[in-house]
Write a protein that binds this ligand. Sequence first.
Ligand SMILES: [Zn+2]
Length: 396
Amino acid sequence: MPTPRLAVRCGRFYNGSAEPPRSNVTLVIADGRIEQIVANDAPVEADRTLEAAAVTPGLINCHVHLEFSGEPDIGVTLLTSPVSKGLTAAANARRSLEAGITTVRDLGAAEGSAIEMRDAIAAGSHTGPTIVPAGRALCMTGGHGYFIGRQTDGPWDARKAVREQLRAGAECIKLIATGGVLTKGAVPGQDQLSEEEMHAAVVEAHTHGMRVAAHAIGTKGIKNALRAGVDSIEHGHLLDDEAIELFARTGAYLVPTLCAPTRILEHVSDGKQPAFVIRKAEELMTAMRTNITRAYRAGVPIAGGSDAGTPYNYHADYAYEVELMNTLLGMTPRGALHAATATASRLLGVDAGLLEPGRPADLLLLAGDLETDTLALRAPRAVIKTGAVAAMRDSG
Ligand SMILES: [Zn+2]
């Protein structure tokens, strides 16, 4: 049965680009795509007409972990069975879509849940966003995230590890360039995989058309990863001026994951998180805000990603990351939306994030205008994925 032709009339239309929004337009959606965008008083043919204060593209989260749900102690989640991790991923995929996130990149999982969820969603047996999975993250032996990693040592083994992810069905590669917050004993500032190892992995990944994301918090590791040719730095909290120059030279993106340490520190009084996690998040928080703001002002392209799944950082709460790009980094609400839509889609290499005739119809109907109601993204009135209504809140 063909999906019905939809018309969406809105007061403000944000197409995902950096351009100012248009007012009083109607989008006509057919066969999963935007067919035309016309003024509200133009005659249109549609089976169903929906109204919204504002329309934006569906959100794109460049950094999630579908097998984790924001539990306070990730160590406990890791003890669950593979089947349990798969069920968790299925629930998180559904919650993401219902909250308006229409594309996610999964950057590391213990099992192949994100890869299988992508296929199940494509087959129509499950609902969720478009998923771009990395499979297991490549890390040094015993390195940060080894519990969701493929431990690898040496350039040739790094190439083999990339090939293994490709065989498993991954579409991108995640490298661990430095220590991190959630692994006991890992020092966030310290480099882990070497530049030589990462370079080998990048060459192999790019050969197969896979983009490469590097978890990198420490200054030296960020620069090692950029020189190795990665496509994005994840976190990037301790970047310096030389790193900013390397971003400019290589064209790499920065995915700041502002939610990750912010959510940890908002929930200290719960007493449920390991002490080492809180200590490391506290050490990074001030540097994160200062350095990432500096990179943003220097023109480093910022793509939205929240590290959803980490403590108290829920998949459905991605709107909070968009708000933090506004309040912590000084982006305008429209600039933050641009980072979480069109810029994110360029980093991922997916056809999404920009609403133009001929493009896929992944979009949100909001009850308020983003520029006057900065919380409007938290509860979209309706979510449309590939031209079909995927979620609808009653307008009550
Ligand atoms: Zn992560």
